[in-house]
Design a protein. Sequence first.
Length: 284
Amino acid sequence: MNIKEIALKIEILNRQNLSKSAEITNYTQSALTAKVKKIESEIGKLVFKRTPQGLKITSVGIQYKNYLQLISQEYEEFLENIGAFQTNSKVDFGTSHTTLKIYGAHIANTLNMNDIQMDVDFAVDSSNAINQKVHNSELDCALISEPIKKYPDLTYDIVATETFEVISSKDHIINFDWETPITLLVLSIGCMYTRAVTEWLMNNQIPYKLKEIKSISSIQDFLQISNTIAVLNTKLIDLYNYTNIHYYKLSFNNVINTVFVYKMNDGEQNHIVQFKNVLKTIGL
């Protein structure tokens, strides 16, 4: 039984927004679209209506979702009855949008391949928000860009050094000396990359509009519009095979650390040690 595939289908049907589901699941939007088409082909009915406002689940879709949820619930009850959950530890793990896209799949695959008995819940938010949630004990640990504020009760282990780039389409290269307002595309308004670029724009008195786009592929599409730039982690640009882009060398430091964050007193806890080992396994 592929319970993970069932969980993915439930996520798609519940959220009714493939772009947001892509963010949560670390699939591309096109991959989720293909899964919806496969579902509809298998059952011979539409599970979504396409409306001007977006996807809306059909009555058949609701029935199918309820059926999947029943299977999932019964499977979990079966595992509980045989004691399969007894060795699992529950871990609330936080990450930023960018970090999830780069490392999320690697972390999940390493946990599965090494049969590490942890039930991991992923929480996604800006680095600063995730940092505060670990401080407030809402999360056990996190992998984020180094935050502005550091709490004395938290440990910040530097695990990687990242760079970020300001880019546009080669067909629409920006002349920052012009007074034409530009549009800055970002994955997260609360991201450290966003802060660095917006500060540079303000210091240079360059008018701009900020637009948060949660989909990497959508950012690439929006870059086809004139007077539009984006700020992205260099690894994401490479991961998504961005082409026909122009890089801007602006006068600010584009290097930032990625840190593993946890309560200082939890450093020897089993789930923290296991997560550290996972990060080492994936080369962090």
